[in-house]
Structures are given as C-alpha cells and as structure tokens.
Design a protein around this ligand. Sequence first.
Ligand code: UD1
Length: 423
Amino acid sequence: MQIDSIRVDGGVCLQGKVKIQGSKNACLPVMAATLLTKGESQITNCPKISDVFRMKQLLGSMGCIIRESSKGITIDTSRVQRKKMPSEAVQSMRSSICMLGALLGRTGEVYMEYPGGCVIGARPIDMHLMALEKMGAVFRMEEEMIYGSVENGFHGADIEFSKVSVGATENALLAAVLAKGHTRISGAAKEPEVQALCRYLVNCGAQISGIGSERLEIEGVETLHGCKMWIPADRIVAGTYLFAVLAAGGSAWLEEAPCDQMEAVIEVARRMGAVCQTGEDGLYVQAPERLQPVRRLKTGVYPDFPTDLQSAVLVAALRAEGVSEIEETIFENRFHIVEPLRDMGANVKVLDERRVKVWGPSVLTGKSVEAWELRGGAAMVLAGLMADGVSTINGYRYIMRGYENIAKDLTELGARVFSVREA
Ligand code: UD1
C-alpha cells in the first residue's frame, strides 16, 4: 500500500498544540558531514522524513553503518568505500550535492549524478564547483554525471561568493575543515542550518570562526572525530503551521518552534494581525478575526523572510482583506501553486516569474489538485483547510520529503486531514 494523496475536509478552525519536528535542512548536511569523521556520530531529533531515509541509503552505500534507536541514529563512518552512489537517492534530493565536498574530503574522489530536488528553478551548481576547484578539486562532466577528484587532499583558499548560496557555503565548509592550511569564505550564507553544520564540525574537532556571519575562517585540521549532535527544530515546518493557523483561523501552540530563527516570519504574521507570543519552548499564535494583507513582501536570504515559506504565506494572504504582492528573490520558478489555487477559486495572478499578486479575501472550494514540490504541496494542504468542502492533494510523496506527518500534525490542531492509501 502506498500513500500518495492527502484529503482535507476544509472549514475547520485550528485549536491545540503540536510539537515541531527536527529540521530537514540542518539534518541532511550534518549526515553528509559524518563522512569526514572516522568514528561514530549520534544524531538526535532527526526528522522521520523520506529525504533522511534517502540520505541513510546514500551513506549506507558508501559503507557507513547506521543504527537506529529511540534517541536517533548513530552513523559509524570508520570504513568508507569509494563507490558510485545509488542514482534514485541522488536524483531525488538536492541535499545530495553535499556529498561532493564530503566525499572528496574523505576519499579524494566522487562520481555521482546531478542532484535533484524540487522543481523551483534552474538550481545551478557552478558556485559549488568553483569553491571546490579553488581548493584543488578537478571536475569532469559526463552527460548527467559529475566526476570529481582531488589529488593529495584539499588545500586552503580564499573563496568569494558573489551571491548567497546555502548549499555552496556548506560544500566549501566540508572541503575546508580537513584542507591543508587556511580557508576564508566571504559572502557565506548565515542560515541557521549552516550554523548547525558548523557546530557539528566544531564538535568533531574542526576549527571554524565567524559562525553566523558572512565571513567564515577555517583552519584545516588533520582528522575529525565523531560526536553527538542534536538537530534543532525546523523553522520552516513551524512557519508552515503558523500560516496554517492564519489560513484556517483559530490558535495554536507550536511546541519547540525556534522563535529566535523566525523573526522575519513572526513579524509578517503580526503585520497580518496575528497575536504571536514567543518563548524558548515554542510559539503561540492566534489568528485575528479579520486578517490583514501582507501588502508587499519579498523573500530573501536569512535573516529575511525564507523562500521556503513563500507558498504558505501566499495561501494565508488569500484569506486577508486586501491586496498583497509577494516577490520571490531566490528562485525563478516558484509559483507552481498559483494554477491549482485559481482552480479552487483564488483571486491570485502571477505578474512575472518573480512576482505574484493576491486580491483577498477569496472563497476557496475544495478540489482535487496536484502537488508538484515539497513546500508548494504543503501550502496546498493549507489551501484545503481554508476551502469549503473536500480537497484532495495528490503527490503526497513530495510533502513527505520534508514533513514527518502533516496530516497527523494538523489533526492534532483539530483539522480534518487524512492520508489516503491507494493499492
Ligand atoms: C535554498 C535556500 C534555502 C532553502 C532551499 C530549499 C536561500 C539562500 N537558500 O538553498 O533557504 O531551504 O533552497 O528550498 O534562501 N545558485 C547559483 N549557483 C550555485 C548555487 C546556487 O547560481 O552553484 C543560486 C540559486 O539558483 C539561487 C540562489 O543561488 O538563486 C540560492 O541557492 P542556494 O542557497 O544554493 O539553494 P539551496 O542551497 O538549495
């Protein structure tokens, strides 16, 4: 039996509390980074999502021994072999790109397909390759394959990124920690997930300074050992449920939501009239009786409003009384949900590949719609909450890449959301 759609009986106000899972985007690079260590790392609070399952497959195929326990997973990287990685896992997950830096750092060689992931834009890898080449790697592209090698290990370098890339910063870090000499990364991404990777590497014995800033300084060390790492809560999942409350109405306690990483998101929710109470143990959100439009909102690199919540805020803006315009500055193809939303009756229009406009409030009617990618798929579930009648969101597999169990979480908040099993 395979689950591939999700049914939402709309029109129910949310009420209750839900615990926020561990962060996908923090967990996957940390898992890849274990390859650089010789020993065991215990990673706790890993989200139980399909991307983590695939990363386990990738590591397993490299000879890592992975044990699961109630606390999390233990990855033993004492014996890593050079092998071609399973295509399906590489092609379905953008984070497999982290394997470039990690495997080159560990074995001096890598042979893999182009990484996959969500269909949200061109997603080039030139910045990844540029950084690794500066540190001594040589790449050859063959059809859809990347072949990379580095003779006698990486050496330190001055790397300047002209734009902010989370993945390229992570790859440069992975290469630099065991490189000979000093590496400086300017224009580094400051995202909390990059900071989490730095913390893991430092706990393994790496020397990194400037963590959380746009300039990282790394002094290469001879070896890294394993360590224990707790994966922080997922700011994107917390933000999705925050906008679920604004879309459906009601209130919720988002237990363990990382409020310190969500300032821009909370600021937008308050602008829309929500009451948000922040604490170290989570976030309380209450929707207003009459939701205000966001007016103008731009996604941006951290600490600005995250691109991964652009679809969720767009759905919430449909309930607001007034006009909102949202600009996507990170990816050039991230408005897949507009068509299905229009099918449901939303008054929303793509102005150009970067801007979308919403005239609220819209009354949505439940429909059967397709999810094409992870965050857009989750946002369609939010649209289902707002709609009159029953909505079916097909393509649940995309949502499972990043949400442990969105149906169960929203049910805990009182919604009527079911995963639909098909033979
Ligand atoms: C991005 C997001 C991250 C989000 C993830 C999944 C940012 C800065 N990054 O990370 O928050 O969780 O998507 O949705 O918000 N680029 C290049 N060349 C490269 C690499 C990237 O031109 O080699 C461009 C991309 O096309 C994009 C921008 O840089 O316009 C940021 O991309 P990047 O941060 O690398 O993407 P992810 O790491 O996937």
